[in-house]
Design a protein around this ligand. Sequence first.
Ligand SMILES: [Ca+2]
Ligand SMILES: [Ca+2]
Length: 257
Amino acid sequence: MSVIRLLVAVSALSAATLSHADVRQVTVRVENLAPSNGIAFAPLHVGFGNGSFDPFNLGQTASAPIISVAEGGAGGAWQSAFAATDPGAVRGTIGGLLLAGASASQTFLVNTDNHGIFSFGTMVVPSNDFFIGNDSGLRLFDQHGNLTVNSLTIKASGIWDAGSEVFDPSAAAFVGNNSLRTPQGSVVALNFAELAAFNGLTTAAGYVFSSNLSAATDVYRINFEVSAVPEPASAGLLLSGLLGVIGLRKFRGVKAD
Ligand SMILES: [Ca+2]
Ligand SMILES: [Ca+2]
């Protein structure tokens, strides 16, 4: 390879590095704010997409993706439907079972230009089919790639009932046999009052449940923190390697072909 070709390669490398200007490192931190011995949350399913994935709507029958979140928390259909609708989305699942007072976090590389819309969902336990999630995608960045939303706090009044499984403590996750279910055939609605019907039951984590919720009780927080993407170490190494080759050829008097 000639020195000129090497220099062209170096220029291309610089251009590739510059094209990462719209990519941000986003750390998502989640926290269960509910009263102690109250509600817990399944791992949080998240995605940064283009806004095309919309798993549920208030007043409509719950889709299979949101049922997979609301009835058991596994969210497999939520993740696969997200991937099918928006193949370029960055998706993940944060934490494990999140008891009151607990937190968890995960970092994602997000292209703020075309995948800056945040979607989330997770099951509320104990319940048959309750969840938190956003009915509409949340745009996190402005046109310059700056974060415009630092945190989201969800109140008890923002807890959804998927309307897909009949209330039955013996079939409810965290207090009963989650593999049992009776279809409800209703629609997605806001509902936190039903959670009090689980009061006094012993949970899978060993505590006696007491919901202690009013509409204004904060139950969950999602924080976003952004940092610049570090220069890829591999690109730096490649660059110094190319420059090294140029130097070595000059030192050896290798003729440029
Ligand atoms: Ca929706
Ligand atoms: Ca229900």
